[in-house]
Design a protein around this ligand. Structure first.
Ligand SMILES: Cc1cc2nc3c(=O)[nH]c(=O)nc-3n(C[C@H](O)[C@H](O)[C@H](O)COP(=O)(O)OP(=O)(O)OC[C@H]3O[C@@H](n4cnc5c(N)ncnc54)[C@H](O)[C@@H]3O)c2cc1C
Length: 408
């Protein structure tokens, strides 16, 4: 039986998760990653239960996940002064299922996936920037990826690699998607986002205990959660023109949250310039009409970059990775087209629904304007039973890996 080959473009969370699941299903898998460094961006992220179910499906047990990240609770939303808007009844066992979240330092989650992929025989090529792709045909021509390998100096070497399957996991500005769907482009959301990882000691005296809490203000939000025994992650989201340049990021963050609860300012004050980073927030409200073209499948942010307000991007990237192994993993020459169509039919509606939900959260939270809107939202939300809100997350959190369409 001939060996099946897969080229995964992008070694982020989606790329490594899919490479791992394809390699487990017997594919000879190579990941092309444009970054030359060995580390992933040094910030944090929160995974709800569905992200952890996907990690389980990728072969990681709960103990390993808990050692890599930090299992905690989402306690709710408060106003700029820390007064409750919506408090989650986290002591109710029926509710905890929906409010349990895992905080991760991104590098640690990335490292977990990278080590497992390496053990499974995945080849990771760093400094390999993909510049184009020809989609091929599932029953005919192979897919061809064009890429450039950066040398130690300014020199680059051009390569073309044929494979049975190409996975476009190269993020929101995907070159793979750009080659196949040039008109689908990310939009600027109007917000820019600071993120920082600080020592857990920064929580001392703040009244915060490492559980996830989100502060909502006019066109702004600030969140904080512990990501492991030593570190805490905070993020702050403000409205700003695209590509705004600030001379002093920490001073601008402090000014952006001036007058907010003392614990918010204490966390910013506990941050050093090397611990903070900022990214403009982009998203793709619609995404491509299909995630599949020929032998190419788009996953992760390359397929459907959502607003970060849902806190679901990494979780859905993991869902994609685990699903690819189940649905496309067993496919051989005669049934690749059917397997890829099955992946698209299952994943596209799910990802679109999650992206919609992130937009709804943004509308009521980080994107809501000032004045009466804040007062109205806060008063209305104080009347909503938190249990009802939590259960509306049922469709997000209750995810199970798909049953294979094709017997292994
Ligand atoms: C401010 C912010 C906060 C967030 N917070 C959360 C959160 O709390 N929880 C959560 O679940 N999600 C969060 N997300 C979203 C989450 O980070 C992303 O959805 C997730 O990382 C997507 O993973 P990915 O692998 O698809 O893409 P990426 O992480 O972008 O990885 C893409 C990889 O492809 C590589 N690449 C790019 N172009 C090429 C090329 N041409 N050739 C080769 N390689 C290439 C890149 O170097 C990168 O390594 C947040 C996002 C933002 C912006």
């Amino acid at each position: 039986m001939s060996e099946r080959t897969a080229t995964v473009v992008g070694g982020g969370i989606a790329g490594l998760a899919s490479a791992l699941s394809l390699a487990r299903a017997g594919w000879r898998t190579r990941v092309l990653e444009s970054r030359s460094g060995t580390t992933e961006v040094g910030s944090g992220l929160a995974l709800p239960r569905n992200g952890v179910v996907a990690l389980n499906a990728l072969g990681f047990d709960d103990a390993e996940i808990d050692r890599t990240g930090h299992r905690t609770q989402m306690t709710g939303f408060v106003d700029t002064l820390g007064r409750p808007i919506l408090t989650m009844p986290v002591d109710d066992p029926q509710v905890r299922e929906f409010t349990t979240v895992w905080g991760f330092h991104r590098q640690r989650l990335h490292g977990l996936l990278a080590r497992a992929a390496h053990q499974e025989g995945v080849e990771l090529v760093r400094g390999a920037r993909v510049t184009g792709v020809a989609a091929g045909r599932p029953e005919g021509a192979p897919a061809v990826v064009s890429w450039q390998q950066r040398g130690t100096g300014p020199d680059t070497t051009g390569h073309e690699t044929e494979s049975d399957l190409v996975v476009g996991a190269d993020g929101l500005r995907s070159a793979v998607r750009g080659a196949l769907h040039p008109r689908v482009r990310p939009l600027y959301s109007g917000s820019t986002d600071w993120r920082a990882i600080v020592p857990v000691a920064a929580l001392q005296g703040t009244g915060l205990d490492g559980r996830l809490v989100e502060y909502w203000g006019p066109g702004t939000e600030f969140g904080v959660m512990q990501v492991n025994a030593e570190q805490v992650y905070w993020y702050g989201h403000i409205k700003a023109p695209e590509r705004a340049v600030f001379d002093d990021e920490l001073a601008t963050a402090r000014a952006g949250f001036a007058g907010w609860a003392p614990e918010v300012l204490a966390l910013i004050d506990a941050t050093t310039p090397d611990q903070i980073m900022r990214h403009d927030v982009h998203h793709m409200p619609e995404g491509p009409q299909s995630y599949v073209r020929g032998r190419v499948v788009l996953i992760g942010d390359a397929a459907q970059g959502a607003l970060p307000t849902g806190g679901l991007g990494a979780a859905s990237a993991l869902e994609d990775g685990a699903s690819l192994g189940r649905l496309v993993g067993p496919a051989r020459r005669g049934d690749l087209e059917r397997a890829l169509a099955g992946f698209d039919a299952l994943r596209r509606p799910r990802r679109r629904a999650l992206a919609r939900q992130a937009r709804v959260v943004a509308r009521w939270g980080a994107d809501l304007g000032g004045g009466w809107r804040q007062k109205l939202r806060n008063s209305a939300f104080r009347l909503v039973p938190a249990g009802a809100v939590v259960k509306s997350r049922k469709d997000v959190v209750h995810w199970a890996p798909p049953a294979p369409l094709i017997p292994a």
